[in-house]
Design a protein around this ligand. Structure first.
Ligand SMILES: Nc1nc2c(ncn2[C@@H]2O[C@H](COP(=O)(O)OP(=O)(O)O)[C@@H](O)[C@H]2O)c(=O)[nH]1
Ligand SMILES: [Mg+2]
Length: 297
């Protein structure tokens, strides 16, 4: 059941106007609902970003462990338009992708259609590592690589002074490039597939100390008002030429789950016959031969 999206009225007027304009655009494209899936490591600001977009404290935020270890969907309605946002627990634990958490998310999403995937990480991280690759791979294996055509990379903690005398835009460029490379390799995209399907990267600053412009909108060091910007990118991706992702049982089971490995069955049976059955038969025969004859035989 969707509640009224009242948080929108708490935004500065300029933001409200822009958001209502974007919702209006969606309605002209005959979209009266959007479902956004939010994923990423724990503690990167997934829940905070959702709250910022909705303009209310809709999901729990914690500086430490995620307190709700399962996905939650928040739905808000505004003049006949429904926005669904699915918050998920971080899928990384102790340096590994947590398959159980991933399974939980998949089951939660069963029969839902994802219009946009927000892949969240922090802007103020200087390296990408194998773990990032593993997360992207896990998402790709769970929902198919097409999910990235509906993907947006979101970088939080965007109010920062870059290190090493780099300019803000240069730093943002370098960080985006590094992350997009991970997505491209973890999503197993070929060069050809990347062209024309570039994944947008957007900046977010959830802190209450985020700077504001003269219209009271939260702005980034490069001057852009980030809330209208992220919502605009979300609506663009939602309505791009790629189809939304329906999470059905087949998708959850993986490609040809029943077929997988079937061609090996004759091989395995032959192996069993020659190396197991024959050996066991030989042992039995030897045992019989070794057995002392009973006196009555
Ligand atoms: N400064 C700053 N802190 C943030 C930002 N986003 C999240 N946080 C803080 O980081 C911590 C984890 O945030 P949370 O949204 O719970 O992360 P999640 O585990 O990915 O859902 C909380 O203490 C947030 O207040 C941000 O953009 N800037
Ligand atoms: Mg969270």
């Amino acid at each position: 059941m969707a509640r009224e999206w009242t948080g929108i009225q708490l935004f500065p007027l300029a933001t409200q106007t822009k958001l209502l304009e974007l919702l209006g655009d969606l309605k002209t494209k005959e979209r009266d609902s959007l479902t956004i899936l939010v994923m990423g490591k724990g503690g990167v600001g997934k829940s905070s970003t959702i709250n910022s977009i909705l303009g209310e404290r809709a999901v729990a935020v914690s500086a430490f462990q995620s307190d709700v270890p399962r996905p939650v969907m928040v739905s808000r309605e505004r003049s006949g338009f429904t926005l669904n946002i699915i918050d998920t627990p971080g899928i990384v634990e102790g340096g590994y992708v947590n398959d159980q958490a991933l399974d939980l998310i998949k089951r939660f999403l069963l029969n839902k259609t994802i219009d946009v995937l927000l892949y969240v990480d922090r802007l103020d991280a200087y390296r990408v590592d194998n773990l990032d690759k593993q997360i992207v791979k896990a998402i790709t294996e769970s929902f198919g690589k097409e999910i990235w055509h509906k993907g947006v990379v979101v970088l939080t903690h965007a109010q920062l002074t870059p290190p090493d005398c780099l300019g803000y835009d240069d730093f943002f460029g370098k960080r985006s490039e590094a992350l997009l490379k991970v997505v491209e390799s973890g999503g197993r995209f070929r060069k050809r597939e990347i062209q024309g399907h570039s994944i947008p990267v957007v900046l977010v600053e959830n802190s209450s100390r985020c700077n504001k412009n003269e219209r009271e909108e939260k702005i980034l060091p490069n001057g852009s008002a980030w809330i209208p910007n992220i919502v605009e990118v979300i609506t663009k991706v939602a309505t791009n030429e790629s189809s939304s992702i329906l999470v059905d049982q087949k998708l959850i089971d993986g490609p040809n789950a029943n077929e997988r490995g079937k061609i090996f069955i004759p091989l395995i049976m032959a192996f069993q016959y020659f190396f197991v059955v024959k050996q066991v038969k030989k042992w039995i025969k030897d045992d019989i031969a070794k057995q002392p004859k009973s006196s009555w035989e």
